[in-house]
Design a protein around this ligand. Structure first.
Ligand code: NAP
Length: 170
């Protein structure tokens, strides 16, 4: 699974969205991506990570669970397939609210706050009260389509890439 094509829109276009609730309230949040990428720009294989790198995974978890202001939370946006191998072992994560992107699921798995049928729905939920009042950062953690969509959003201010210096035959 390759990621490099999805990076190109970052330099060529930046979409702007203005979102508000029925009362017109909007509370923009930084949208950040975190990904580990092989030398040949691969991110996954057979539904899982191509590598087993505990320190990299620890770094990833620390990043998405960190908040600057005590008591605040981050919204973690998962693609459905990205969550699958972790759903029963990793959640709940401290300081995190989980949103699952799916056009097919109708109910949320345990520890998932909501199933969102689009990235825009997830971002809108995060940036309008009441959720926005308690939220610090939106972390988009894959897979390919969530990354591609999030990096085009005008609120996307950081992309955290771990350079995995092998190609794993991807
Ligand atoms: N190296 C890394 O940092 C990293 C990070 C994340 C994932 N990965 C790897 O990447 C692979 C999974 O990524 P993937 O790209 O195949 O799948 P994915 O994005 O995790 O999941 C795809 C599914 O998510 C839902 N979805 C995605 N974008 C959506 C959108 N904009 N709106 C609504 N629903 C959306 C759809 O679910 P429905 O079919 O239910 O509609 C879609 O079929 C795994 O191998 C994983 O280990 C690696």
């Amino acid at each position: 699974m390759h990621f490099i094509e999805q990076l190109k829109p970052r330099v060529s276009c930046h979409l702007s969205f203005i979102m508000c609730d029925a009362e017109g309230r909007v509370d923009p949040k930084p949208i950040r991506l975190v990904a580990a990428v092989s030398r040949n720009m691969g991110i996954g294989q057979k539904g899982d990570l191509p590598w087993n790198l505990p320190n990299e995974f620890k770094y990833f978890i620390e990043k998405i669970t960190s908040v600057v202001e005590p008591g605040k939370k981050n919204l973690i946006i998962w693609g459905r397939k990205t969550l699958e191998p972790f759903a029963e072992t990793l959640l709940p994560l401290p300081n995190c609210i989980n949103a699952l992107l799916s056009r097919t699921l109708s109910s949320a798995p345990e520890h998932v706050h909501c199933v969102c049928p689009s990235m825009m729905d997830a971002i809108k939920m995060a940036s309008t009260p009441p959720l926005s009042e308690n939220l610090e950062t939106i972390w988009v953690i894959g897979g390919v389509e969530p990354y591609a969509e999030a990096m085009k959003h005008s609120w996307c201010d950081q992309i955290h890439i771990t350079d995995i210096m092998e190609d794993f035959g991807l």
